[in-house]
Write a protein that binds this ligand. Structure first.
Ligand code: DAH
Length: 341
């Protein structure tokens, strides 16, 4: 029996050393120290042993039991320690945990689209209808019929995105540099009374900085009918300013020159973009009475009809209204910017 105990002890210790994880360790514990384990069954065998030998065998049995329990504890600790070093390698992921995003973020229309819609809405209430024209235009609509003669500085190659060579092409195509082209498109195809508003993109090869972009947006207005006067223009612009920016808005017309209007004016609006800011004069664009030469070029009799036109930049309004310091922010689509508006 004593020899058997020695064998059990060395066998148990060898197996313990080989147990490499918690499951193997537990199996070992059940096999040797468990209630139906090796030691328990040997204790059961004590009763068959000669009484004289009992104390020695009993003592040895106890020794083996204590030794195995001690060895088990040590092995458990060293395995546990290496198991916890394993944890350091990477976090355990609980796939049942709720995600970090608690709800879906809804998208919304871009700030320029919303300002454009607001502008159209205000003019629509004054009876203007939305008109459109192509962004790929030709010089006839961008210049000729707008009374901008050949060799006018506005036609400079360096100031326009020509698609065809203007020196060798009869009617060179270009990306439109102004929405005034839509005035021509409308007057070519419609007869007065005309009352249209035309928002859209325009292109100019400007160097990009905080206030310039090679592409930006304008909104163009045109009204042609019998007896239309400068007073109608001013009334329309003032009504627009008050409807769009609030009842305190004021407008100011400064004499200017555009080939397609006569007389022409620069349009300023005194706007408090935010309630906490004082109102200030902001230049929004140009306006004037449609030049009779333009009406005539479109087949409208300037002896019978008169008209007014205006055009201003949409970015400038958006930037003023929302306190945007740099035009590039409107095109970069940085979520941190977009989510604020
Ligand atoms: N097209 C002009 C520009 O881009 C703005 C403008 C001035 C539009 C006078 C008009 C107008 O309709 O009458 O600078």
């Amino acid at each position: 029996m004593l020899a058997q105990l020695d064998a059990v002890q060395s066998d148990a210790l060898a197996q313990l050393a080989a147990a490499a994880d918690a499951a193997a360790l537990e199996q070992w514990r059940i096999a040797f120290l468990g209630p139906k384990g090796e030691l328990k069954s040997m204790m059961g065998g004590l009763k068959d042993i000669a009484p004289a030998e009992k104390p020695a065998v009993g003592a040895r049995l106890n020794q083996v039991k204590v030794a195995l329990e001690e060895a088990f504890k040590q092995r458990q600790e060293s395995l546990g320690a290496s198991a916890s070093t394993k944890h350091v390698v990477g976090p355990q992921i609980d796939v049942t945990e709720p995600g970090l995003v608690a709800s879906w973020t809804l998208g919304k229309r871009h700030i320029l689209s919303r300002v454009r819609e607001d502008l159209v809405e205000v003019f629509a209430r004054m009876g203007f209808v939305v008109a459109e024209g192509p962004e790929l235009e030709d010089d006839e609509h961008n210049f000729v019929k707008l009374n901008i003669p050949p060799h006018h500085p506005a036609r400079e190659e360096s100031d326009n995105f020509y698609v065809d060579d203007p020196r060798t092409t009869v009617r060179p195509r270009m990306l439109r540099s102004q929405t005034s082209t839509v005035q021509i498109r409308v007057m070519e195809t419609q007869r007065p009374p005309i009352k249209v508003i035309a928002p859209g993109r325009v292109y100019r090869p400007d160097t990009v900085d905080a206030t310039h972009s090679f592409m930006f947006h304008q909104i163009e207005g045109l009204c042609v009918d019998q007896g239309v006067t400068m007073a109608d223009l001013k009334t329309t612009l003032l009504s627009f300013a008050r409807a769009f920016f609030g009842p305190g808005a004021e407008i100011r017309l400064r004499p200017s020159y555009f080939p397609f209007t006569e007389p022409s004016a620069e349009l300023d609006m005194k706007i408090a973009f935010r309630p906490d800011q004082p109102a200030r004069w902001v230049e929004l664009g140009g306006c004037g009475m449609v030049n009779p030469a333009v009406l005539e070029a479109c087949g409208i009799d300037p002896e019978v009809y008169t008209g007014y036109a205006f055009g201003f930049g949409i970015e400038r309004i958006a930037m003023g209204r929302y306190g945007i310091p740099d035009i590039r922010m409107l095109y970069q689509n940085d979520l941190r910017f977009l989510q604020q508006l």
